[in-house]
Design a protein around this ligand. Structure first.
Ligand code: GLC
Length: 471
């Protein structure tokens, strides 16, 4: 495998700090080559731990690297990634449940060599721990395709038949008629960044935010051809109901809490106020009334029959801000909450993936007694430095750049010294995660990306969407 150095094609840059140079070198070392072309980055390069599947390129992990590459002018690697992963997407309709469905994108892939011949081997969840299906991959793929187009204006690639078909297949997979009547996307457990059992079965916020951003991307990328018309109409007609549903039913602030507290139950028919039949006893009102600041709020983690998951999930909330799924006021409220509850949500390492942690019986029931997700560790209340870029971006977008800068300052104190860990543990995020990999690529890329977004906010356009002015 040959390896061209990244700097060969990098655009001229503003002076970079020693830390940034170190991070860039580490990112460079994580690149995967396939038939002599760079096609992605490995999830982690920890010399001391068994690789498991961390030597693969995960679609969701690569997005952070890809955005850095796009900003720094290394668009070739992103183009190669998009082309190669598109080839992995199944195109034929078939009823064999052991095969991935048409339109799906893999969770990860790796390069396999035999007798001097290389091929890409994809994992659609059939090898993954607990065999979880990666619903978010196809959504991230569309979001990245749009970012690539924004950065390069490469119409030739976007307009190609195979790319237009790939977009259509993802839209079809997401919008096909299903058993439920919600405008949101119904997904199995472990379908996103939290790829273990954490009580996210159903309509988890992270997927809905990515779903919305992916629909917005498809809307921009689908050509107005006869062949595409049906899909364009389907996308257009879904955006408004999803937006309304999320903004009205997922939003939690002091006012909403009051409404829910006094809900009547067992209402039938069109006039029902408590549409999801939420029982008051299921909501931790007393903790929440103390925790919620007067001005702030957030989108709940999940919503279903008699269920509002009141945990705060960072990816879903931050991506809602970036995609404008949340209204302007709600986005301000989310950043206000983060600032007001800084110790809980940011602490010593930006930032918590989910807050608060599930403990005791809740941990037993919802995680299935998962020791990796014990309270205040990993997905269950652990802190993930990759979230730094989403926080910095959301802070910039809402006109509160100081929040991103402060978070970056906190992260910089530790990341290099701790050798770029995957995650941190503890209520304040002070411990390097119990089973965290070192040299985790999206930690490195997340840091570089946050830096780039803060230094040059115009880069935000790669990942942000304007409000459609729906409500
Ligand atoms: C873990 C994370 C997942 C990530 C993968 C590779 O499984 O939960 O989100 O994609 O590691 O870093």
């Amino acid at each position: 495998m040959s390896k061209a150095t990244l700097d060969q094609q990098a655009a001229p840059q503003v002076a970079k700090s020693a830390l940034e140079k170190q991070a860039w070198e580490a990112l460079e070392q994580s690149i995967i080559y396939y038939q002599d072309r760079p096609v992605g980055t490995v999830a982690a390069r920890d010399p001391e731990l068994t690789a498991l599947n961390y030597d693969q390129c995960f679609i969701r992990d690569f997005v952070s690297s890809a955005l850095v590459f796009l900003i720094r002018g290394r668009t070739d690697i992103v183009r190669n990634f998009l082309e190669e992963t598109l080839k992995l997407q199944p195109k034929k309709r078939q009823f064999d449940c052991s095969k991935p469905g048409r339109g799906l994108m893999p969770a990860s892939f790796k390069v396999e060599s035999s007798h001097g011949h290389e091929r890409l081997k994809a994992d659609f969840g059939e090898h993954a721990i607990a065999r979880v299906a990666p619903v978010d991959s196809c959504l991230w793929w569309l979001i990245l395709l749009r970012a690539y187009f924004k950065a390069t204006h490469d119409e030739e690639l976007i307009n190609r038949d195979d790319f237009q078909q790939g977009i259509r297949l993802i839209v079809e997979l997401c919008l096909v008629a299903r058993f439920d009547m919600y405008p949101t996307l119904l997904v199995p457990d472990g379908a996103c960044m939290i790829d273990r059992r954490m009580g996210l079965y159903g309509h988890p916020l992270e997927i809905q935010s990515l779903f919305y951003a992916a629909l917005r991307s498809a809307q921009e990328l689908l050509l107005p051809t006869k062949h595409n018309r049906y899909f364009v109409d389907a996308v257009n007609s879904r955006l408004e109901p999803v937006t309304k549903h999320i903004r009205e039913n997922y939003w939690l602030d002091t006012h909403r809490l009051n409404v829910i507290y006094r809900y009547k139950v067992e209402e039938y028919g069109e006039q029902a106020l408590n549409q999801f039949n939420i029982y008051s006893d299921s909501i931790p009102f007393y903790q929440l009334t103390e925790w919620l600041p007067p001005e702030g709020g957030y989108l709940a983690g999940n919503l279903g029959p008699s269920q509002i998951d009141c945990r705060f999930f960072a990816v879903g909330n931050l991506m809602a801000v970036l995609s404008s799924l949340s209204s302007k006021e709600q986005s301000q409220g989310i950043l206000q909450l983060i600032e007001s509850r800084w110790e809980d949500l940011v602490g010593d390492m930006p930032m918590k993936l989910c807050y608060p942690a599930l403990e005791d019986q809740g941990w037993k029931i919802l995680t299935g007694c998962d020791p990796k997700n014990r309270p205040w560790s990993y997905h269950n209340g652990g802190s993930w430095p990759v979230l730094l870029w989403m926080l910095a971006a959301a802070a910039q977008k809402t006109g509160r750049p100081e929040i991103g800068k402060q978070a970056l300052k906190i992260a910089e104190r530790r990341l290099v010294e701790d050798e770029w860990p995957e995650y941190y543990d503890g209520k304040n995020g002070r411990l390097v995660g119990k089973e965290a990999r070192r040299y985790q690529t999206w930690t490195i890329a997340g840091y570089l990306l946050a830096k780039e977004l803060i230094q040059k906010p115009s880069n935000l356009s790669l990942i942000c969407f304007e409000d459609l002015g729906i409500i």
